[in-house]
Design a protein around this ligand. Structure first.
Ligand code: G3H
Ligand code: 13P
Ligand code: ZN
Length: 305
């Protein structure tokens, strides 16, 4: 069933588990996400960035909405990194049930102002809202505390921000970053900060940049001719602990990008004479499903729907 973000994330926060919010850009990705969620009885969020909307538009949104409506588990369609009030409103008109307004690059006051505007409009239409406070980016473990504080979300500010905006869930900067290169070795994630923010606030918290960049997938990517440097993601144990401390929405894009490309590369290499797209995109869908299943097990959302 198609539900709002709040319908999925409030129980997750209360139950101390995480729900994956996976980026989609086509039918196969959407199927992998929603069909895996159904198989594992897991709630799930499917998100489209502004880039995905530019690429797939209403056609892609309709694929997600149709699969979500027919699904036997709760599914929300979420706007990832909405850059303006207009963008959030456009997504709501397209049928999204959850939107992010990302005004985190502005100062605190302007972030509050822009977020509040979106919250008021979205709530009037029954849609829930994610916003962001702090600056996302890889943080090296050895950086001194003062410097970390300049980037990562300040717990007291988070309390003020939530009070002043009425946001439904909040993305916090805790050391994670987007992409396949999140730091050397085991990327840093500030669990104490999550715990502190969760203890002062009641709403679901969101972690962006939460791909695990599984080394097995990276090795398969290389073996199939792909070129990639020293890739590293968030360790499974670190993400699991984050959900126990209050992270309820967990954003994943990079892992599916890698998985789909592995499936395509392996299929093309194994069968050089093949030109039936189903024999190429089908394997990509299968590898994505395996990666999604692993993530849902790590997050503890399996069996919650
Ligand atoms: O956080 C960004 C997501 O990975 C979406 O990326 O804007 O290239 O679609 P995109
Ligand atoms: P990853 O690059 O770690 O998959 O993060 C995706 C994300 O945060 C989308 O908003
Ligand atoms: Zn993000």
């Amino acid at each position: 069933m198609l539900v709002t973000g709040n319908d999925i994330l409030i129980p997750a926060r209360a139950g101390q588990y995480g729900v994956g919010s996976f980026n989609t850009n086509n039918m196969e990705i959407t199927q992998a996400i929603i069909h895996t969620a159904e198989r594992l009885r897991s709630p799930v969020m499917v998100q489209m960035s502004e880039g995905a909307i530019k690429y797939g538009g209403q056609d892609l949104a309709n694929i997600v909405i149709d699969l979500a409506k027919r699904a036997t588990v709760p599914v929300a369609l979420h706007l990832d990194h909405g850059s303006s009030y207009e963008s959030a409103l456009k997504a709501i008109k397209m049928g999204f049930t959850s939107v992010m307004i990302d005004a985190s690059h502005h100062g605190f006051e302007d972030n509050v102002k822009e977020t509040k505007r979106v919250v008021e409009a979205a709530h009037a239409m029954g849609i829930s809202v994610e916003s962001e406070l702090g600056r996302l980016g890889g943080i090296e473990e050895h950086i001194v505390v003062d410097e970390k504080d300049a980037f990562l979300t300040d717990p007291e500010e988070a309390v003020q921000f939530i009070e002043q905006t009425g946001t439904d869930y909040l993305a916090i900067a805790i050391g994670t970053s987007h992409g396949a290169f999140k730091g050397k070795g085991r990327p840093y994630i500030d669990h104490a900060r999550i715990e502190k923010i969760a203890s002062l606030t009641g709403i679901p918290l969101v972690a962006h940049g939460s791909s695990g960049v599984p080394q097995e997938i990276v090795e398969r990517f290389r073996a199939a001719g792909g070129q990639i440097g020293e890739a590293a993601g968030i360790a499974d144990e670190d993400l699991q602990r984050a959900t126990q401390f209050g992270i309820a929405k967990v954003n994943v894009d990079t892992d599916l990008r890698l998985a789909s490309t592995v499936g395509i590369r392996e299929a093309l290499t194994a069968n050089p004479k093949e030109f039936d797209p189903r024999k190429i995109f089908g394997p990509a869908r299968d590898v994505m499903s395996q990666v999604i299943e692993h993530k849902m097990r790590v997050l503890g959302s399996v069996g919650k729907a």
